[in-house]
Design a binder for this molecule. Structure first.
Ligand SMILES: NC(=O)c1ccc[n+]([C@@H]2O[C@H](COP(=O)([O-])OP(=O)(O)OC[C@H]3O[C@@H](n4cnc5c(N)ncnc54)[C@H](OP(=O)(O)O)[C@@H]3O)[C@@H](O)[C@H]2O)c1
Length: 295
């Protein structure tokens, strides 16, 4: 799809990170961009920047853990701009907890925001896109939707669900001009790692990574193949390219992560062995954080 001043996009989670960066990119092409998230002040600031970049913003303050809000933001976008061409289901939050420390409340929260919300918003946008025979639904999934990561199993399970949902959606849309793409980022420099429920998982990685290097040296283990952190605008550029490409497979933003996803399918245990030093480092870091009562 060519992005222009006639394009209407709704981006959830537009108040920070990847959502903000993508909104500014679409705005630079003149698009009308609806911006949804909970923090009104942040959305108003992004709206100003969208306007300055050449786009037309619409601020939609919403807590997307609720079905009515997910459906309302789609309806308000269509009411304000007359249609919807692009829906980017980007709002998301991680968690930090071992399986046995994950409360039912946290598990439900991960599922509501990361899985149910994109499902509800997509269901609301589809009739308009089908009637136009034009549209693109983008799910911001994760490499955590392709392989396991310790101490955020609820988030990992949610992102695996998003990947399955997107594949089913694409099959349902086969033969139409409405496309669905799952984007699978690895580390992106945003607020995500500090905003995880149950404690900041960024802190866990920050102490686990140096520990994993020591463990690798001491025990003769391989160094875990970690991706480099990516600026949010680089991830947004790749998402913009996927929208412009139209029909296409799922997208891996970081070098080497597609191969890791393939490895996970081919031989999960061998792949886990490659990450052994990191996993052991994370186990030690999590036990330490727990003993300090910070998680
Ligand atoms: N950063 C990474 O390393 C990384 C890696 C892989 C995948 N991802 C995925 O990328 C997506 C974007 O994350 P990000 O990295 O840009 O993180 P971020 O900066 O923390 O942005 C998350 C966005 O989600 C919104 N949000 C959170 N809870 C919400 C709720 N209940 N209702 C409505 N909006 C809500 C936040 O806005 P409010 O707080 O204002 O509501 C914020 O705009 C997420 O789906 C994330 O899982 C991120």
């Amino acid at each position: 799809m060519t992005i222009s001043s006639s394009t209407v996009a709704l981006i959830t989670g537009a108040s920070s990170g990847i959502g903000t960066a993508l909104a500014l990119r679409l705005a630079a092409k003149g698009a009308r961009v609806a911006l949804a998230a909970r923090r009104a002040d942040r959305l108003n600031d992004v709206a100003e920047r969208v306007r300055a970049a050449g786009g037309t913003p619409l601020v939609l303050v919403a807590d997307l853990s609720h079905e009515s809000e997910c459906r309302r933001i789609v309806d308000e976008t269509v009411r304000a701009f007359g249609t919807i061409d692009i829906l980017v289901n980007n709002a998301g939050r991680g968690n930090m907890a071992s399986v046995e420390d994950t409360s039912t409340e946290q598990l439900e929260s991960m599922m509501h925001l990361n899985v149910y919300a994109p499902f509800w918003s997509t269901a609301q946008a589809l009739p308009v896109m089908r009637a136009n025979d034009r549209g693109h639904i983008v799910m911001i999934a994760s490499v955590a939707g392709r392989m396991g990561y310790p101490f955020n199993a609820a988030y990992v399970a949610a992102k695996h669900a998003v990947v399955g949902f997107t594949a089913s959606l694409r099959a349902e849309l086969y033969g139409t001009n409405v496309h669905a793409t799952a984007v699978n980022p690895a580390g992106v420099i945003t607020e995500w790692a500090d905003a995880t429920e149950g404690g900041p998982i960024g802190q866990l990685y920050a102490s686990a990574i140096p520990a994993s290097r020591v463990l690798a040296r001491e025990r003769g283990l391989p160094l875990a193949p970690l991706s480099r952190m990516m600026p949010a605008d680089d991830a947004a550029r790749i998402i913009e390219e996927a929208i412009e490409a139209g029909r296409g497979g799922d997208v891996f933003t970081h070098e080497g992560t597609h191969e890791q996803a393939v490895d996970a399918v081919r031989d999960r245990v061998a792949q886990e062995d490659a990450f052994a030093a990191l996993y052991l480092g994370m186990q030690a870091a999590y036990a330490k954080l727990r003993s300090q009562d910070t998680v």
